[in-house]
Every structure is written in C-alpha cells, then in structure tokens.
Design a protein around this ligand. Structure first.
Ligand SMILES: [Zn+2]
Length: 151
C-alpha cells in the first residue's frame, strides 16, 4: 500500500537538504512525488529572487498546493512582495494540472468520494494514476474501504 505522502526518497531528501533554511521549522513539504519537481522549482526560484523568504507551509490539500509564507520574512517593498505572491500563485496554478503521482501535466481534479474516500482525499491525478485510489482504499482483508483512506 502507498503511504499518503511518499517522503523518504532521495529526490525528496535532496530538496529538503538544499532548502532547509527556508522550509518550515517543524515541517517539510508535504506533497507526493509527482509534485517534487514543482516544489523544487518554486523553492529554487524563491531562493534566487527572494532569498530572505521562509515558508510556514508547503502542503498538498484537496488536490492543490497550499503555500504560506512566514509574515516576518516577506519582502518589505510592496512591489517585491507582489512579485513573490505572483511567483507562488503560478506554482499553485500549475499544481492544479500536475499529477501528484507521476508529475505529468495532464492532471485533473479527482473527486475522492467516487473512489470510496472522503473529500479530504481529493487529488490532482492523470488518467493513468487514478487507480492509485485503489491502493489507498484497499486494505487488509475484510476492512471496509472507507477506513483505509485515512491511513
Ligand atoms: Zn500521473
């Protein structure tokens, strides 16, 4: 069975190592492997254009990328601050069409309730990866489907 967030591979570890200074103090990007390139590109661009910025949240939720910036680290200059917001918004928009599993740009919003899961499990997936819901929903023999969606 797949973990909700597959956060232990080499790509993920290298992103966390490279950007440790601007990641949340007690959290790491909570996204699935398909969004690693997206999150890494965002972190690289923020590091280059807004080096003082610290993130308070980078997280997949309901099929889109949630990003919060630590308020004290935002650019003081309103024009630069606006540029930062635009930069992040571009990546949030990209998340809406990037498959959370494989990273293809053919992702679409998938309603988890159609697969026996709660709406909190809504995800952005390409057609090839929609069957991932089967992995999330199927558990040990005899357990009801909906229980495993919280695993
Ligand atoms: Zn996919």
């Amino acid at each position: 069975m797949k973990m909700l967030y597959d956060t232990r591979d080499a790509r993920y570890e290298s992103i966390v190592r490279k950007h440790a200074d601007r990641l949340p103090e007690y959290g790491h990007p909570m996204v699935r492997a398909g969004w690693y390139p997206l999150v890494e590109a965002m972190l690289n661009q923020v590091a280059r254009d807004h080096p003082t910025v610290i993130f308070s949240r980078i997280q997949a939720g309901g099929g889109w990328l949630h990003v919060d910036i630590d308020n004290g680290s935002r650019p003081f200059d309103p024009i630069r601050d606006h540029r930062l917001s635009r930069l992040i918004q571009n990546f949030v928009t990209l998340s809406l069409s990037t498959c959370e599993e494989c990273g293809s740009h053919h992702g679409r919003h998938v309603d988890a309730t159609a697969h026996g899961c709660g709406t909190s499990m809504n995800r952005t997936l390409c057609e090839e990866c929609v069957p991932v819901f089967a992995d999330l929903a199927v558990t040990a023999l005899g357990r009801p489907k909906k229980e495993s969606c919280n695993a």
